[in-house]
Design a protein. Structure first.
Length: 261
């Protein structure tokens, strides 16, 4: 594990692959770290120089210098990229780390990017779950409602370990902050699709996802893609919201094909 000090915080990261290969930076969601990519990164490292940075407060000691926001994550990751000096680079993000991804696309004028398992259309109970997750007296119940939903239909050991061990390892303070920042993003933009539409310079955006399983959700994205050719939804069959862990070979192949076009 390597470390950069950025904005007075240790930013730890894992690096793999050939240094001469194209640079690929993997961004997790809140209350996740490089362990989310433990099966995906080795697949991608066959063709890319892969970096898995951990956000501020997401290092092994959960180092904090006070409260922070999604904007701080964007600034930290921009500084991380600038220090790497990779020249051309690509991004892959998961879940609500995709808000960070899109801001970086805007800043660096990237021509394409990959988002994974980003909730494109909030369901009716989503904001209630986020609000419960911000309540110091109730955040554990709010968090558990997400966890129960995420592992209800799977026996995948990596996914179950991620939900039962890796994500709860983060302190309640981080979970409450995550729910606050995620709610702010959805309240501001309405949906990720609206945020993407607001980009002045539209990159090609591939959305890789497995859930929800409903045909209605898939058709919703296909309809959007028909009207916005820069958006490409790619459904990978699976039972969870964690295709990076559940289907790493298939996800890596989709990313490889997208960036090698």
């Amino acid at each position: 594990m390597k470390t950069m000090t950025i904005n007075d915080h240790p930013i730890t990261y894992v690096e793999s692959g050939d240094e001469k290969a194209p640079t690929l930076i993997l961004l997790s969601g809140w209350a996740q770290d490089d362990r989310l990519f433990k099966t995906l990164a080795p697949e991608l490292a066959r063709d890319f120089h892969v970096f898995c940075p951990n956000y501020r407060g997401h290092d092994a000691d959960q180092t904090l210098r006070g409260d922070f926001t999604s904007d701080d994550l964007v600034n930290d990751m921009a500084e991380f990229i600038d220090r790497l000096k990779p020249g051309t680079f690509h991004l892959v993000s998961t879940s609500h780390g995709c808000w960070v991804n899109i801001e970086l696309c805007d800043r660096y004028k990237l021509d394409r990017t990959v988002v994974i398992d980003w909730l494109m259309e909030p369901h009716p109970g989503f904001f209630k779950q986020l609000q419960d997750g911000q309540d110091p007296d109730n955040y554990q119940a709010g968090r558990q409602s997400f966890f129960d939903e995420w592992i209800a239909a799977t026996d995948n050991a990596d996914v179950i370990n991620h939900i039962k061990t890796e994500m709860p390892w983060f302190k309640g303070e981080m979970w409450m902050r995550a729910c606050r920042e995620i709610e702010k993003s959805y309240r501001k933009w309405g949906s990720p699709l609206e945020r993407m539409k607001a980009l002045k310079d539209k990159p090609q955006i591939m959305h890789v996802y497995s859930q929800p399983l409903s045909e209605e959700y898939r058709q919703f994205q296909r309809n959007f893609a028909d009207q916005h050719p820069w958006f490409e939804p790619v459904h990978i069959p699976g039972q969870t919201h964690f295709p990076t862990l559940e289907s790493p070979v298939e996800v890596a192949e989709a990313i490889r094909n997208f960036y090698q076009k």
